[in-house]
Design a protein around this ligand. Structure first.
Ligand code: AMP
Ligand code: GLY
Length: 420
C-alpha cells in the first residue's frame, strides 16, 4: 500500500520507521519530513494545513492511507477534506479535533460524560477571571482556550503569577487562542500518558508512557515539549487503565458520537494519578512527541496494521501483540532550548549509531546540506532504544547518545529516574 504521513518531527520519523517495518508498505511519502526521514522515505514539500493541497498530493500519488501526525492539520480540517475525497485517514475530523483545539470544549465534554477532571470555569473578560483567581486562591492553573503550541498553560503557584498569566493571555500573548481563558483547580499527583485507538465505535488501548517536560535534571527548570519519555508507565497499572477506560475514555467517546463528532484516530489522555485514582488533565488528538517514539519502538510493524484498522473502521478485528519490553527515548536539544538557541550547528557521529529493532535515532529538527546533518530546531534528535527492562533500554539509549558528537547540543542524563 501507498502511505502518506504528514509532519516533520521525531514523532513522524518514528511513524515512518514503524510503517517501513511492515511488508505491506510499498511506497512511503512524508510531507514535509526532515533530514532523518529523508534517509528512509520520500519527502514532499507541502503546506500540510491546506486540505486541498494534501488531497491533491494523495490523488497524484495514489495514496491508500494518510496518517496525520500533528494537531494543526487536524484542527484545520485536513482529515475532513481527505475523507470527503474518499481517502482512508488516521486522525480525527475537525469537529472531533476540538478535544485538543479547545480546552473549554474538552471540559464541557468531560462534564457531560461524567469523566473525572479538575474543576474549572471559563472567562472571556480579564476582570472576571481575576476575581475568580482572588476568590479561589493559588495554586491554580490558567489556560488559553485554543492551540498555543503547548505554551498556553500556566501552572501558577501564587495568585500573582495567575493574575499575570491572565493579563498575558487577554493581552494577546497567544493571539486568538487566548481570547477565552479556562481556569482550573490545581491537581496534585503523578502524570502519565495513555494512548487509545478509536475507529468511531471501538476503543483499543495502545500503550502508556511518561515524559519529562522540564528541561533540567530532576525535573527542574522551564517546561519544554518533552526531554525524554519511556514506555510503559509503571504508575498506569492494568487496574488503573481499566478504570480510565470505564470512567474517562468510553464516556468521552460516547459523548462525542452523541454530538455528531465520532472520534477516529488516537486519543491521547494526559492523566493525573493520586491515591490510585486517575483524573483527566487534557486530551490530545494525536500521538505525543516524544511519547510516540517509544510506542513505535515497542509496536514495530503492527503499528501500521492498527492505524489502517482505525482508518477503515475495522478496529474490532484488531489486537495488540505486546512484548514484555520497555523503551526509552532521550531528547538531544540545542543548548539554550527552550529559550533562545542557535541553528545550523553540525552534528557528527550519527553514522556510528546503531539502527535496528532495538536502537534508532529519530530526527526531530534536522536538515542535510553537503552531506552534513545540521540542527534546525530546539529539540533535534530522539535517541531511542528498547530492552527487556527499562534499565536495559536506558543503558542502550545513553550508549548511543555517547556516540553522537554535537558540542552545541545537550540532553538530560536522568530520563526515567522516577521509574528506575
Ligand atoms: P496541558 O497542555 O493542559 O496538558 O497542560 C500542560 C501541563 O500543565 C500538564 O502536563 C500538567 O503538568 C500541567 N497541568 C495542566 N492542568 C493542570 C491541573 N489542572 N493541575 C495541575 N497541573 C496541570
Ligand atoms: N510530549 C507532550 C505532547 O506531545 O503533547
Amino acid at each position: 500500500m501507498n502511505i502518506l504521513i504528514l509532519g516533520s518531527g521525531g514523532r513522524e520519523h518514528s511513524l515512518a520507521w514503524a510503517c517501513l517495518q511492515n511488508p505491506k508498505c510499498d511506497k512511503l511519502i512524508v510531507a514535509p519530513g526532515n533530514a532523518g526521514i529523508d534517509m528512509i522515505a520520500d519527502c514532499a514539500t507541502l503546506d500540510i494545513n491546506d486540505g486541498s493541497a494534501v488531497l491533491g498530493l494523495a490523488e497524484a500519488e495514489a495514496i491508500d492511507l494518510v496518517i496525520i501526525g500533528p494537531e494543526a492539520p487536524l484542527a484545520a480540517g485536513v482529515a475532513d477534506a481527505l475523507r470527503a475525497g474518499g481517502f482512508a485517514v488516521f486522525g480525527p475530523n475537525q469537529a472531533a479535533a476540538e478535544l485538543e483545539a479547545s480546552k473549554r470544549f474538552t471540559k464541557e465534554v468531560c462534564d457531560a460524560a461524567g469523566a473525572p477532571t479538575a474543576g474549572w470555569a471559563r472567562f472571556d473578560q480579564a476582570q472576571a477571571a481575576k476575581d475568580h483567581v482572588r476568590t479561589a486562591g493559588a495554586p491554580i492553573v490558567v489556560k488559553a482556550d485554543g492551540l498555543a503550541a503547548g505554551k498556553g498553560v500556566v501552572v501558577a503557584m501564587t495568585e500573582q503569577e495567575a493574575l499575570a498569566a491572565i493579563d498575558d493571555m487577554f493581552g494577546g500573548a497567544f493571539g486568538a487562542a487566548g481570547a477565552e481563558v479556562v481556569i482550573e483547580e490545581f491537581m496534585e499527583g503523578e502524570e502519565a500518558s495513555f494512548f487509545v485507538l478509536c475507529d468511531g465505535e471501538v476503543a483499543l488501548p495502545v500503550g502508556t508512557a511518561q515524559d519529562h517536560k522540564r528541561v533540567g535534571e530532576g525535573d527542574t527548570g522551564p517546561n519544554t515539549g518533552g526531554m525524554g519519555a519511556y514506555s510503559p508507565a509503571p504508575v498506569l497499572t492494568q487496574a488503573l487503565q481499566d478504570q480510565v477506560m470505564a470512567q474517562i475514555i468510553h464516556p468521552t467517546l460516547k459523548e462525542m458520537t452523541k454530538r455528531g463528532a465520532p472520534y477516529q484516530g488516537v486519543l491521547y489522555a494526559g492523566l493525573m494519578i493520586k491515591n490510585g485514582q486517575a483524573r483527566l488533565v487534557e486530551y490530545n488528538v494525536r500521538f505525543g512527541d516524544p511519547e510516540c517514539q517509544v510506542l513505535m519502538m515497542r509496536l514495530g510493524a503492527q503499528a501500521l496494521d492498527l492505524m489502517q484498522a482505525v482508518a477503515e473502521g475495522r478496529l474490532s478485528e484488531a489486537r495488540v501483540n505486546w512484548a514484555d519490553d520497555h523503551a526509552m527515548t532521550v531528547v538531544m536539544a540545542a543548548k539554550g532550548y527552550p529559550g533562545n538557541y542557535d541553528k545550523g550547528s553540525v552534528i557528527n557521529g550519527l553514522e556510528d549509531t546503531a539502527e535496528d529493532a532495538f536502537h534508532m535515532v529519530f530526527h526531530a529538527g534536522t536538515t542535510e546540506a553537503g552531506g552534513k546533518i545540521t540542527a534546525t530546531g530546539g529539540r533535534v534528535l530522539n535517541v531511542t532504544a528498547r530492552g527487556a527492562t527499562l534499565k536495559e533500554a536506558r543503558d542502550r539509549a545513553y550508549g548511543e547518545v555517547e556516540k553522537i558528537d554535537w558540542a552545541q547540543g545537550f540532553s538530560r542524563t536522568d530520563i526515567g529516574w522516577r521509574a528506575l
